[in-house]
Design a protein around this ligand. Structure first.
Ligand code: ADP
Ligand code: MG
Length: 241
């Protein structure tokens, strides 16, 4: 589904991502772990097309996407969670997700639609909300932090991605919210490929089938959760021992 070949992304003199190669199968749940500044978010930005590598190649679903823009990659099926700022706090959760469904279908946000069409869009939106366990009614602005993050996930799912990039989805969540998120992520459609950057290693090991560890822009370990956890390089990067 996704192949990175020797991808390097620079910020001036800094190689934030340094010759990273990795390969993710369709339906995989891949975690990207590593200390702060390791280059995890930069890898996601390069995959989504928000940052352009100075060298290397990115293939998605068998196609070279290295030079494609972010919107074109989104249309091919590379999705990311929206930021909080993209929630319309005065609209209901259902209305927020319905807007994301409209956007995917290339419909104007305010374009008039016949009632049957609107009902169909709302049914789809309600399905995404059910998958992320968010109540459709009530303003998005009134949600708890954990519910807000799940609403963002519902909006990302409304884009019907084939590859979903989740950058620290549990950030700021309580332990209970994080556990709920883990079971929700496990319930996502099996054909959806998910990459997750997360500091909460309990969540990582509950969700990921395979883990790639980065440090200082480079891959230091790649394998099953147990293999990566046991890697001396990973223990050194995390514990400084
Ligand atoms: P992570 O997500 O693993 O914490 P990042 O990918 O955000 O790490 O950052 C990798 C490195 O690149 C860090 O040293 C960070 O300071 C640097 N960096 C990230 N974004 C920028 C930017 N826009 N401009 C300059 N340096 C950046
Ligand atoms: Mg980051």
């Amino acid at each position: 589904m996704l192949v990175l070949r020797e991808v390097t992304v620079r910020f001036g003199a800094l190689a934030a991502v340094d010759r990273v190669s990795l390969s993710v199968e369709e339906g995989e749940r891949r975690a990207l772990i590593g200390p702060n500044g390791a280059g995890k978010s930069t890898v996601f930005a390069a995959v989504a097309g928000a940052l352009r590598p100075v060298s290397g190649r990115i293939e998605f679903a068998g196609r070279d996407v290295t030079k494609l823009s972010e919107p074109r990659r989104a249309r091919l099926g590379i999705g990311r969670t929206f930021q909080h700022s993209s929630l319309f706090t005065g609209l209901t959760c259902l209305e927020n997700v319905a807007l994301a469904v409209r956007a995917r279908r290339g419909l104007g946000l305010r374009a008039w639609l016949p009632r049957g069409r609107r009902a169909e869009i709302e049914r789809e939106a309600a399905g995404h909300l059910a998958a992320t366990d968010v109540s459709p009614d009530g303003p998005a602005g009134a949600l708890s932090h954990g519910q807000g993050r799940r609403l963002e996930l519902a909006m990302a799912l409304a884009a019907r991605p084939r590859l979903l990039l989740l950058d620290e989805p549990a950030a700021g969540m309580s332990a209970a919210e994080s556990a709920e998120l883990a079971s929700m992520l496990r319930a996502l459609p099996p054909e959806l490929t998910v990459m997750i950057v997360e500091h909460d290693l309990d969540l990582v090991f509950a969700v990921a089938s395979r883990v790639t560890a980065l440090a200082a822009g480079q891959v230091i370990a790649d394998g099953t959760p147990a293999q990566v956890r046991a890697s001396p390089e990973v223990q050194k990067a995390y514990l400084g021992t």
